[in-house]
Each structure stands twice: as C-alpha cells, then as structure tokens.
Design a protein around this ligand. Structure first.
Ligand code: ZN
Ligand code: ZN
Length: 264
C-alpha cells in the first residue's frame, strides 16, 4: 500500500495520491526548499526507524514533545493536562508507540490545536489515534492537505476551550496564526506563542515575522495591529516552538521594547 509522504524539510505529511514535485509549504515564501539537497520525501515508517519522540516535563501539567534527533523544522509540541481534559498544542510529524502509551496513561487527548500550517505535520494520524477534534483556524484552511473529519475550522478571533483556555487568532506570520492562552499555569496566564511571536536566541527580543527562514519582516501596519491585540491580553509567561524559547520574567516589558524597535 502506498504511504503518505512527509516532507523532509518542513515535516508536513501529504496523502499518497498527491503527485507533488515540490512541497507546497516549502515552496511558499515562509519556508524554503533546501538548496543543498532539493526536495526530499520520507515516510512515517522510515522515520520510526531513525527517530523517536523525547518527552520532557516542563512543569507539573506541561510536557514538551520533540522529535530526536532533530527532524525538519524541529518544533516541539506541548501536551497540557487539566482536570477537565488534556490538549496537544501544535503537532510533530512522528507519533511512536511510546508516545501513544504515555499520552493514554495520562488520560489521552481531548483536543489538538495548531498554531499555523508549518505544524500541521501528520495531525490526521494523531486525531485518529486519540479520536479527538483538531482546531485549526479557518483562514488557513487552504493549507490542509490531508482531509480528516475530526478537523474543526474555527472562524472567530478567539475560541474558548475548557478550564479557561483560549485560542486567540493573532495573524501576522499566517492569517490564521494563533496562540493558546492557559490561565492556570502562571499568575497572569501563559501564552503558547509558537512563532506568532518569535523569541530570539538572546532572549532579549521578540520578533514578529512573515518568514523567519527568509528573513522577511511584517509590514509596519501589521506590527501595529498585533501590538494593539496583545495589549488587551494578559500574560506573564511565553513558550515558543523551540526548546530555548521560554520567557518568564518581564515579558510584557520585553514585548514593549521589541515593538518599539519596529515602530519608532
Ligand atoms: Zn515542506
Ligand atoms: Zn511558521
């Protein structure tokens, strides 16, 4: 049987019937087809032989899931536990037996929510395995290539989940780019920002990007709009998509300084 194929550069999975020379996600300005290798495809079965998922507790109710050794973009997903159900924030392109067993032992998944198309990965497999809905913003629906009945497109500028958790559509990087706010993980709320807010390696700057790999900034008007949107959201902690991206101190001040660089 023909298998779904996974792009080696971005980790997006496509149905076996798609005859693609180049991955559309990588052909887009927000990613790139690697110059040295060109387009390479792999499969989930092949990945299972060479990679695994490392699960790390970041705090009592938050686990980081990461494919090791690094594969494709190398993002982490977050498994967040609550007393009314668990959520997976963002997705990674590998789902091995140990990960399934770990998540099941913690009560399974009640939902998956994804920040933007770079992390759609093989979410269809995750949704089917855990039989849960996948929340994706409707503005990015053109990027969904593997159809799945469990995908729920949400349309408003925010969506309430359980235990006070909220999906908030910020836009910028992609029109549907969204963040997850979890109110109970820190005093003023924790934001899982993916690359909607890109925390710099110095930890002293937060970038707003159209494309990180191609260094394409966002228009000033977009920066202004996003600043206004974030001013109304309370938070004191940020978790980004790479494992160093964890900010807990003076987050709003840092954001202000960062926005000033764009708007001065
Ligand atoms: Zn790709
Ligand atoms: Zn991205």
């Amino acid at each position: 049987m023909l298998q779904s194929k996974i792009c080696n550069a971005c980790g997006t999975q496509y149905p076996s019937h798609e005859t693609l020379a180049i991955c559309p996600v990588c052909a887009d300005d927000r990613q790139a087809v690697p110059l040295e290798t060109g387009q390479i495809w792999t499969t989930h079965d092949r990945l299972l032989k060479t990679h695994s998922v490392q699960i790390l507790a970041l705090q009592e109710h938050v686990y980081q899931l990461e494919v090791i050794p690094k594969f494709a973009i190398g993002q982490r997903a977050f498994f967040i536990l609550t007393d009314q159900g668990n959520i997976l924030w963002d997705c990674i392109p590998l789902l091995d037996e140990a990960t399934v067993a770990f998540i099941r032992a913690k009560g399974g998944l009640d939902a998956i929510a994804i920040s933007h198309p770079h992390y759609y990965s093989n979410v269809k497999n995750w949704a089917q395995t855990f039989d849960c809905p996948v929340y994706i913003h409707e503005k990015d629906k053109q990027w969904i290539r593997e159809e799945e009945e469990r995908i729920h497109l949400w349309k408003t500028n925010q969506k309430s989940l359980w235990n006070g958790m909220q999906l908030i559509n910020i836009g910028g990087h992609f029109p549907g780019s969204s963040i997850l706010r979890v109110p109970f993980l820190s005093p003023k709320g924790t934001i899982f920002c993916s690359d909607t807010l890109f925390i710099a390696p110095s930890m002293k700057h937060i970038s707003l990007i159209y494309s990180a790999p191609n260094r394409i900034p966002l228009p000033r008007a977009e920066v202004k709009r996003i600043k206004k949107r974030l001013d109304d959201i309370e938070f004191d902690t940020l978790y980004g998509f790479w494992k160093y991206q964890h900010l807990t101190k003076n987050v709003k001040d840092l954001l202000k300084v960062s926005f000033n660089r764009y708007l001065q």
